[in-house]
Design a binder for this molecule. Structure first.
Ligand code: NCD
Length: 310
């Protein structure tokens, strides 16, 4: 069987990557973690390549880690935030993409509030597109960094029980984690307020629970999501205090999970709402490790995709 290759490919979602391709990314990320721990965190494998980050939505982790990843590998990086670009003068996404293509960027890392915009960009311009989040649809690099974090701690995926908690409807992280981890044989359970659990979730082979306690019972991994207030048209849960009481993860609830349970959260955290500070910073939490792994995964993806022409 031919070795998987991502050369020249855009990374739009996890559903369109095979499990061999996931393995290739995770193996490469392991090598990148090595490079990150060197005294001189610099390689020249992307020397002469250029990367632009184009963010139509706020970001701390994703944008910075893409920038850092590209720099560690020797590429040139330019960052565009739409609040100070010609987008504020009414330039369309298509015209912005044409402009970046004309500047000969090799990769466009893109975050946009509308679902499908990364796939659109991939159709209209030549550079490789890295989807850094398109609306509630997909966040493939977060999905891969979570996969990598789980693999590091648990060794393998098959038979693990994962609970994803909170805002499933509006979460691109949940969608990418379900798409990727279900292909790898992880048993996925979700819980959250009813209006935040989409109807189609049953069809994805995911078990839906009304009570958070049932979802986290004997879990190996718990992925806690932020309530995405910015995507909600109407308030879908009563009050923050109520949410924390019914769905929040604290040390008391954590006792229901396996003793070596791994806690994930993509960040940013709403402290004391979906997660208590003692869980977020406790010994079961891999939240800061997810951030480190995010750099390694993005290094791996840039190295693998820029290894050939689209
Ligand atoms: C997530 C996002 O933007 O989708 N954050 C991230 O990339 N780490 C999750 C969130 O905003 O809640």
């Amino acid at each position: 069987m031919a070795r998987a290759s991502l050369a020249g490919r855009s990374i739009l979602d996890l559903a369109s990557l095979s499990t061999d391709e996931y393995s290739l990314v995770l193996d490469t990320a392991r090598q990148m973690r090595q490079l990150m721990s060197d005294d001189v965190k610099k390689s020249s494998i992307l020397r002469g390549k250029s990367v632009v980050t184009l963010f139509y939505e706020a970001s701390t982790r994703t944008r910075t880690s893409f920038e850092l990843a590209a720099k560690y590998l020797g590429a040139d990086v330019v960052n565009i935030t739409t609040s100070n670009s010609s987008v504020t003068k009414g330039e369309s996404l298509r015209d912005t993409l044409y402009t970046l293509e004309a500047m000969s960027f090799d990769v466009i890392v893109m975050r946009h509030p509308v679902e499908g915009t990364a796939a659109f960009a991939d159709k209209v311009v030549k550079p490789i597109i890295m989807n850094a989040g398109d609306g509630a649809h997909a966040h493939p690099t977060q999905g891969l960094l979570d996969m990598f974090t789980i693999k590091t701690h648990k060794g393998s995926f098959s038979g693990l029980k994962l609970a994803i908690l909170g805002d499933i409807t509006y979460s691109r992280v949940a969608r990418s984690n379900i798409a990727g981890l279900s292909k790898l044989g992880v048993e996925i359970h979700v819980a959250g307020p009813k209006p935040l659990i989409p109807k189609f979730v049953d069809e994805l082979g995911v078990k839906v629970h009304n009570r958070v306690e049932d979802a986290i019972m004997d879990a190996d991994v718990i992925d806690i999501l932020r309530i995405q207030l910015e995507r909600q048209k109407v308030g879908l849960f009563p009050t923050s205090r109520e949410y924390a009481r019914i769905f929040g993860i604290n040390n008391g609830r954590l006792k229901l999970a396996k003793p070596d349970v791994l806690i994930l959260h993509p960040g940013p955290i709403n402290r004391g709402l979906e997660i208590s500070p003692e869980v977020a910073y406790g010994d079961k939490s891999a939240i800061r490790e997810e951030v480190q792994n995010g750099v390694a995964i993005r290094m791996a993806l840039l190295a693998l995709t820029l290894g050939g022409a689209k």
